[in-house]
Design a protein. Structure first.
Ligand code: F0G
Length: 456
């Protein structure tokens, strides 16, 4: 039984405020039972997201001092471009302010009105940009991904038969690309296997369809391949990541996750023609093609963060901490999505709150209750996040009604994880007192971010 520990030590800390239960009851009510609307200073342990909240290393901070803030041709851009080419294999890089900036540009270039965009489960911002560009998202992930109890080792895999069916129905010319996420967020941080990706490559070549890679958490996906897929046990994370990327044509990246910077992203590709189109649009929405909304210093920290994210010791400790939290919860009988994902532990809100129908948003209610109990902030990933069908206005009712406990990288200690476990168990013991919610205010786009609720 090998014991792992973090391959770093702590050099600077941020002090946290301790609040009372009364303070928190007031705060969540004011926030309309939406954890996105809480003030960060009222939160004790912040597991809302792993996005932009990682701790940068001393080397990344040193890189911040090396910012070349020239408007055009910053040295940091060229360093970033070379790093992407070396580790991720993509020939061209276009920086953007964050992941959704890249999604916007890519969707506008590749999708025509009436097109279909298959993907291994949706992500909120990705699907919205596909829709805004005139496309329709089609879920082609394997069925096991929608079952929180299935222990399939690669729940991020694509069901090729679903792709064949789509081609038979609409024709390959209506499918500009297949959107493949690594470490599928909405499925619970679940990986796609290299075997499946290779099959998909063959399929895509046969139909002359591109593969676009949402590579936001590719290093975490690579870790699961190393641990679970035959033939990869002796391969390094960097080698596996390179192989994954090489099987795809283009990528969108939110570098706020894997790469451990507070802000930034990029679009990367191998086609020069696609690069030329992306450069044309990036100047409209983001900035010149050599900074795209990022400061020079941020591009430097990103280039360094990419190399750190691919260290085997880093990723083992990172996913190891998520597994530690998940296993303690399993030990205590808490229903979570299995296998434990790469960036987060997902609670099965339907199982914890069987008395609340999905139309009353059990995951949203559970997220609020967790904050009130111990000051732990988490996120709803269920019906509220899924939103409404663009054409009919009906609410999507996804099979997965989850609460996400997302771990920032290099931020919290094991003792913090133990506090979270105790809080989840206390909330579960008193689950019957938790009430369902209804919308008091429902925004038009991405309603989970700014929606407000009332107790029923
Ligand atoms: N793709 C995936 C898989 C993501 O998880 C995210 C962001 C994005 C794209 C968009 O990137 O935020 O930089 O614009 N996910 C965050 C989360 C917000 O909390 O899961 P962005």
């Amino acid at each position: 039984n090998e014991v792992w520990a973090e391959p770093f030590k702590i050099k600077m800390v941020e002090l946290l405020k301790v609040t009372s239960r009364e303070d928190r009851e007031k705060a969540i009510k004011e926030a309309g039972y939406n954890t996105f609307l809480l003030k960060s200073e009222d939160v004790y342990i912040d597991l809302l997201t792993d996005s932009g909240v990682g701790a940068m290393s001393d080397r990344q901070w040193a890189g911040m001092m090396m910012g070349d803030e020239a408007y055009a041709g910053s040295a940091n851009f060229y360093r970033l471009e070379a790093t992407v080419k070396q580790y991720y294999s993509y020939q061209y890089t276009v920086p953007t302010h964050q992941g959704r900036g890249a999604e916007n540009i890519l969707s506008q270039i590749l999708i025509k009105d009436g097109d279909y965009v298959p993907g291994n489960m949706y992500f909120t911002t990705t699907r919205l940009h596909q829709e805004l560009a005139g496309g329709k998202f089609v879920d082609v992930i394997i069925d096991e991904a929608h079952d929180p109890a299935s222990t399939h080792p690669f729940k991020g895999n694509v069901d090729i038969a679903k792709l064949d069916k789509l081609v038979a129905e609409v024709g390959a010319e209506k499918i500009p690309y297949v959107c493949i996420a690594t470490a599928v967020n909405m499925a619970g941080g679940q990986p796609i296997s290299l075997g499946n990706l290779k099959e998909l490559r063959v399929w895509a070549d046969k139909h002359d369809i591109m593969i676009v890679h949402d590579m936001t958490r590719v290093a975490e996906n690579a870790y699961f391949i190393q641990q679970r897929e035959d033939g990869y046990r002796e391969k390094s994370i960097a080698e596996i990541v390179h192989e994954i990327c090489s099987l795809t044509d283009a990528a969108t990246m939110s570098s706020k996750k894997d790469a451990m910077v507070n802000i930034g992203g990029f679009l990367a590709m191998n086609s020069e023609a696609l690069y030329e189109k992306a450069c044309n649009l990036v100047v409209v929405y983001e900035g010149l093609h050599t900074y795209g909304g990022m400061a020079g210093r941020d591009m430097e920290a990103l280039a360094i963060g990419i190399t750190e994210s691919l260290q085997d010791a880093h990723i083992r400790a990172r996913v190891g901490q998520v597994e530690y939290l998940g296993n303690r919860l399993i030990d205590r009988g808490v229903p979570i999505v299995r296998p434990i994902g790469g960036h987060a532990v997902f609670l099965d809100a339907r199982a914890i709150l069987p008395h609340i129908p999905q139309s009353q948003y059990p995951a949203q209610a559970l997220a609020s209750a967790l904050y009130v109990d111990g000051g732990v902030r988490v996120m709803e990933r269920g019906a509220v996040s899924a939103g409404r069908n663009k054409e009919t206005g009906e609410e999507f009712m996804p099979k997965l009604e989850l609460v996400r406990l997302t771990l920032p990288r290099r931020v919290y200690t094991q003792a913090h994880m133990d506090v979270v476990v105790e809080s989840v168990c206390r909330v579960m013991e008193n689950a019957d007192k938790i009430k369902g919610l209804k919308f008091a205010y429902e925004p038009e786009y991405l309603r989970f971010f700014r929606g407000k609720f009332e107790e029923i």
